[in-house]
Write a protein that binds this ligand. Sequence first.
Ligand code: HEC
Ligand code: HEC
Ligand code: HEC
Ligand code: HEC
Length: 136
Amino acid sequence: MLKKVLISCIAISFLCLYGLSFATDMGPADMTLQAVKDKAKKPKPSVFPHKLHQDAYKCGDCHHSAKDGKQIPYEDGQPIGKCEDCHFKGSGMPKGLDSYKGAAHKNCKDCHKKVAAEKPELKEKFKGCMPCHPKK
Ligand code: HEC
Ligand code: HEC
Ligand code: HEC
Ligand code: HEC
């Protein structure tokens, strides 16, 4: 009996470890995005429902890594950093990508624009600075 219990315990902990080592870090379900390296005089945080986007898109639609200053496409299991780790003033990135604002606006707004063109019912929702910087 004791032997059986012991064997089950070992089997369970092995399964847990195995499961954990292959689980992808999904990050938070909801986020408030705000530059911290290049802090704006008038901070303008952005709402970001991460999970909602994960359910509709691939990680690589937004995440990538870099080598020798060149972008490398997303690969499953890669470490995922903050956009600002690479996109900040003085990073040597091309103009427009050398800030969190620039990188985020290109990524977020380009897609929202595309989506709104395909789904006119979203035009109102994606108007101006909405839905990312809602008025308080
Ligand atoms: C699709 C989402 C989205 C839209 C639309 C959008 N932004 Fe942003 N914006 C962001 C994100 C994400 C950031 C980076 C995080 C941050 O620092 O706020 C950002 C950053 C900024 C910043 C830097 C603020 C700071 O605290 O660093 C300014 C200024 C800004 N946006 C202005 C605007 C204005 C003005 C509009 C409308 C004309 C607009 N944005 C539309 C998502 C958006
Ligand atoms: C629509 C764009 C988008 C998609 C799709 C997306 N993410 Fe994200 N994710 C972001 C943004 C933006 C952040 C915030 C980065 C920052 O804080 O600078 C983030 C943050 C994260 C973080 C936290 C990183 C940190 O160090 O704080 C993890 C982990 C993560 N994402 C994993 C994933 C995985 C796994 C997928 C696919 C299943 C995915 N994301 C899909 C945009 C996206
Ligand atoms: C490990 C560094 C690194 C991180 C982290 C990173 N980027 Fe980038 N990104 C790059 C490099 C390098 C390029 C290529 C710049 C060039 O064109 O010379 C790039 C290019 C881009 C581009 C323009 C090309 C394209 O794919 O459309 C956008 C937009 C962008 N990044 C957004 C983001 C966003 C949003 C995040 C956070 C979710 C992020 N990046 C995180 C290094 C990084
Ligand atoms: C690849 C396409 C894509 C990218 C990239 C993307 N979005 Fe979205 N976003 C969508 C779609 C599609 C919706 C859902 C529209 C709907 O059906 O209501 C959405 C909805 C939203 C909403 C509204 C959610 C709600 O509850 O109504 C916010 C806020 C938002 N996005 C912020 C962002 C920010 C900030 C970024 C960049 C960090 C970003 N998005 C990047 C496609 C995208």
